[in-house]
Design a protein around this ligand. Structure first.
Ligand code: GTP
Length: 171
């Protein structure tokens, strides 16, 4: 009803980082799918936290689809960037993609909160969130509130804390 804050959040990250799994886990239990499949172009999802109703856009992370991300920037109130903490080799690619997002005219001039999920924290050799933060160069992001959270989209660990932080930024 009225009085509830409704926001649009864009969920970005390289392919295979866990975006679709994460959004599926954020659903109410009875709406969860038993399996998630790679996102074809983009799909919309919904979740709630701290009195905020999120409309989430899961945008495919496949290289050929990354150019589509920017179509969504303008109406996003917040960004979630999902990183595979165990994919050491592609951290540099993730850093480049995040830098491109943050430099885009529809993003850089706006104070959109940025939540980074250091996902797959359950995986062997997963890096700690502080290591992911420095690999992504997050310390240099000074014009937006940002937060990094270890998560496991499979178990749901870390997801409530992360989205609660986002809700506090947006209420
Ligand atoms: P695209 O749709 O291709 O952009 O990928 P995506 O980012 O949506 O990734 P998706 O959710 O499809 O997950 C990719 C693979 O990683 C799947 O096999 C998931 O089961 C697995 N996965 C996702 N999250 C986790 C996690 O937290 N831990 C582990 N161990 N595996 C995960």
């Amino acid at each position: 009803g009225r009085g509830k804050t409704e926001v649009t959040v864009l969920v970005l990250g390289l392919d295979n980082s866990g975006k679709s799994t994460l959004l599926n886990t954020l659903r109410p239990p009875e709406q969860r799918l038993p399996h998630v499949t790679p996102t074809v172009a983009h799909q919309q999802d919904h979740f709630q936290s701290g009195g905020v109703s999120f409309s989430a856009w899961d945008v495919s992370g496949a290289p050929r689809h990354r150019a589509l991300w920017e179509r969504h920037y303008r109406r996003a109130h917040a960004l979630i960037f999902v990183v595979d903490s165990a994919d050491h080799l592609r951290l540099v690619v993730a850093r480049e993609e995040l830098a491109l997002v943050l430099a885009h005219p529809d993003v850089c001039a706006r104070r959109v909160p940025l939540l980074v999920f250091a996902n797959k924290c359950d995986a062997p050799h997963a890096l700690a969130p502080t290591q992911i933060a420095s690999a992504l160069g997050l310390e240099r992001v000074s014009d937006k509130p940002w937060h990094i959270c270890a998560s496991s989209a499979l178990s749901g660990a870390g997801l409530p804390d992360g989205v609660a932080w986002l809700a506090r930024q947006l209420r």
